[in-house]
Design a protein. Structure first.
Length: 465
């Protein structure tokens, strides 16, 4: 697939991709999902007589200013700008392909009314996609220059506390599945003081080109985990294994064998500020350890990477109306500790794994219900699609999130416009699909790059009536 190839190593590959695209070589013409082709053929109709071709400043720029330039601007996280006609024209075909395949803007959840409705959704309406495709197919005309479009203000989190990673110089690990990457975990400094309720966060990566995602877990250091050790003992052993470098290797969570309580921060470039739903927050108990998992991608770095210090800016308060909690259910991963672990057959284009959990297990016979406010779909490199449904006690089903094209680089938490109510007798069902054609042996669950997960992080708030 040309398209995937175009994304692997920017900026060089992107420049080549743009050049190829400008001569028509970067479109996905194998029609494997039909989207690009349908869209471009409808675009072709509008070129009849030439008069109907959308123009950059009149038709496309308003979409770009709203949906793209938050990242594709001078100093933004994307490798080229889209607020300037000359550059946008060079990228016209690549942009048409990216929007038609819904790989840009980065937003993995289907959002066309068939499954959930999300806060801050970046999914483009079909009509915007048609406009961009028709513009590219029609030769990307400029139209009449205008200067009334303004770049959106950069949002900052007010009253934030800064939690820092050490300055760390990542190196490419060099294995097949992490050829140009390093995944490293660090304890954040300073430790969060007495009980504090987190209500929002943003991340200052320190180096936009290197830092691909950041997850922050909170752990109870005294919790006894698999093998009879405490979280603190497991963390100390992980840290001690590489005394010459800060932190420890980790991929799926806070490090092999640790058991986090929650994942209050999940961040990918361009995300901006995340504020938890109004009136809610997440209590981090006194004594908790905050561990950041940072994914460094070194594809764009020639030679040694410079040290990078990443800052998590978090907002805390003493109390909120309704405290929520993060859960990290993954029965696929749990099967590792249950005798025969579940495995994924190698060499197959689509291997499915489905799990179900009873909501009653979360209610503990005490709570009348829960409001599900947000979800974090999470798989590794073999992951292909993920779908979550609620099977209500009355048998009706409600789609919670549908990720048709998983992309590990975009670890996003999706908050609902309206929370999903979970009550007694309801069940949560998650189906993960993997492409294991590159695997030579059965794929085991686990936290490593070569292992898989089928996790659905969930932010929930108890309801009292
Ligand atoms: C949240 C930030 C963000 C937004 C919003 C965004 N992009 Fe991107 N875009 C990126 C980054 C970062 C890259 C570099 C490749 C990568 O990491 O995926 C990129 C790469 C691209 C590429 C190169 C090829 C590819 O698909 O990777 C195209 C084309 C593109 N973006 C078009 C767009 C268009 C058009 C929009 C708006 C409709 C848009 N992008 C919105 C961040 C963003």
């Amino acid at each position: 697939m040309n398209h995937l190839h175009c994304r692997t190593a920017w900026p060089l590959a992107l420049i080549l991709c743009a050049l190829a695209a400008s001569i028509g070589g970067c479109r996905d013409d194998d029609g494997d999902d039909g989207v690009a082709q349908d869209a471009s053929s409808s675009g072709a109709d509008t070129t009849d007589g030439g008069g109907d071709v959308p123009r950059f400043w009149q038709d496309v720029a308003p979409i770009y200013y709203e949906q793209c330039v938050g990242c594709h601007r001078a100093g933004g996280v994307a490798p080229f700008v889209l607020d300037d006609y000359a550059t946008a024209k060079i990228w016209a075909n690549a942009s048409a392909t990216a929007v038609a395949q819904r790989t840009m803007p980065p937003w993995l959840a289907t959002d066309d009314g068939t499954c959930g409705s999300f806060v801050g959704s970046r999914a483009l309406p079909e009509s915007s996609i048609d406009t961009i495709v028709a513009w590219a197919d029609g030769g990307a005309p400029e139209g009449t220059v205008r200067d009334d479009l303004v770049l959106p203000e950069v949002d900052r989190l007010e009253d934030a506390v800064e939690l820092e990673s050490p300055a760390f110089a990542p190196v490419a690990v060099g294995t097949d599945d992490a050829a140009t990457d390093e995944y490293r975990c660090f304890v954040l400094d300073p430790a969060v003081g007495p009980d504090a309720v987190m209500t929002g966060y943003e991340v200052v990566p320190g180096n936009d080109a290197l830092v691909h995602h950041v997850l922050v877990f909170d752990l109870d250091p005294t919790l006894v985990v698999q093998g009879g050790q405490t979280n603190a003992e497991v963390l100390a052993a992980l840290d001690a294994a590489s005394p010459d470098r800060e932190g420890w290797p980790c991929f799926g969570a806070a490090g092999d064998g640790t058991e986090p309580s929650g994942v209050p921060v999940s961040w990918a470039p361009g995300q901006g500020v995340t504020r938890y739903p109004a009136g809610t927050g997440y209590r981090i108990p006194e004594g908790s350890v905050l561990v950041a998992q940072i994914h460094y991608n070194l594809a764009s770095v020639a030679g040694d990477a410079p040290p990078v210090r990443t800052t998590v800016r978090a907002r805390f308060t003493d109390a909120v109306e309704r405290e929520g909690f993060f859960d990290l259910p993954d029965p696929f991963l749990d099967s590792l500790f249950e005798g025969e672990p579940a495995v994924l057959a190698p060499g197959e284009e689509a291997v499915e794994y489905t799990w179900e959990l009873a909501v009653d297990d979360l209610l503990g016979g005490v709570l009348p219900g829960l409001e599900l406010h947000g979800v974090l779909p999470h798989m590794h490199g073999y992951g292909r699609s993920l779908r979550f449904d609620v099977v209500h006690a009355d048998g009706s089903e409600q789609c919670g999130i549908d990720v048709p094209r998983w992309d590990f680089d975009w670890q996003l938490y999706y908050f609902y416009a309206e929370p999903i109510r979970l009550g007694p007798g309801d069940r949560v069902r998650v189906t993960c699909t993997y492409d294991t054609r590159k695997a030579t042996a059965a794929v085991l669950p686990g936290w490593g790059t070569g292992n898989e997960m089928c996790l659905l992080g969930a932010f929930m708030v108890p309801v009292t009536e």
